[in-house]
Ligand binder design. Structure first.
Ligand code: UTP
Length: 289
């Protein structure tokens, strides 16, 4: 069955980015001049999905405003003759058919996904986490949709991480069935290095069977007293095929400062009007260390 809908859970509190996230959503923090959530929406659209649901919470209104029309701003830009910026602002508002549901309390990623149940209904759907921004030739989500179209079941994106870092991630236990493709047998959250079943970490892109909703509905709070998506996935894998796909591309974990800095620097090094000057500046600065 074709995947037509995508869900972006964005109701977390963004504790790791305080104080920046005290009065603004983490998803609105920009990489250069574009909020991170816009990169995610662009990936969804480039992958051929038009129906998007964002799970929001208290203090997240800026996300809705960002993807809405802004008559005062448009009037101002029009009257100043700033046609090009005006067009860019209109394109953002026209981008997609975006829906919103509020998660009343941040009870965990699993609970946030469950809030998408009536929007999604009984069909497979995509989940994308805003912390993971991916640059790739074929959009990461499109790579996963292609696998899903071929295999059915559920597909989650995997990334290889250095062995010594596995205890920071959720990793899979599974068997390689093709190049880049694994049949998952189990998932383990933040295992000690010596007990980790692999160095394949789960990152923030999922294509899920709607069965996950039934499982989330009966999942009790786990780690951090939150309803964990991983707990429901561990049950799903006992009932239905769950595949892990080692996507092609570069992932930036913009939910932590180092990942955020890497994304900012690397994206800046591709901006035609500043890249040369910026590269020179970086070389000079690093040279002084
Ligand atoms: P994180 O665990 O990264 O939480 O959530 P967070 O609040 O965003 O950030 P930190 O850890 O406090 O700094 C993973 C994803 O799940 C969403 C978040 O918005 C993020 O995209 N989430 C998490 C929800 O939508 N609701 C929740 O209750 C928890």
């Amino acid at each position: 069955m074709q995947v037509r809908k995508a869900v972006i859970p964005a109701a977390g509190l963004g504790v790791r980015f305080l104080p920046a996230t005290k009065a603004q959503p983490k998803e609105m923090i920009p990489i250069i001049d574009k909020p991170t959530i816009q990169y995610i929406i662009e990936e969804i659209l480039a992958s051929g999905i038009r129906e998007i649901l964002i799970i929001t919470g208290r203090g997240k209104r800026a996300i809705e405003d960002h993807f809405d029309v802004s008559p005062e701003l448009e009037y101002h830009l029009q009257s100043k003759g700033k046609q090009e910026v005006l067009e860019r602002m209109r394109q953002i508002a026209d981008m997609a058919d975006i829906h919103y549901v509020r998660q009343k309390e941040p009870r965990g990623l699993g609970h946030a996904v469950l809030c998408a149940r009536s929007f999604v209904g009984n069909e497979p759907f995509a989940v994308l986490l805003g912390d993971d921004v991916v640059r790739s030739e074929t959009p990461c989500l499109k790579q996963m949709l292609d696998q899903h179209a071929r295999l059915g079941g559920s597909v989650i994106a995997l990334e290889e991480v250095p062995r010594e870092d596995v205890s920071k991630y959720g990793v899979i236990k599974g068997e390689q069935v093709e190049s880049r493709l694994y049949r998952i047998e189990d998932l383990v959250e933040k295992p000690p290095v010596e007990e980790a079943p692999s160095n394949l970490s789960v990152m923030g892109r999922y294509i899920l069977s709607p069965r996950i909703f039934d499982l989330l509905a009966v999942t009790t709070p786990g780690a951090g007293n939150e309803i964990q998506l991983t707990d429901a996935l561990r049950r799903l894998v006992r009932e239905q095929p769950l595949y892990g796909y080692l996507f092609e591309g570069r992932r930036y974990d913009v939910g932590n400062s180092l990942g955020y800095l890497k994304a900012t620097v690397e994206f800046a090094l591709e901006l035609p009007d500043v890249k040369e000057q910026f590269a020179r500046y970086l070389r000079d600065t690093v040279g002084k260390l």
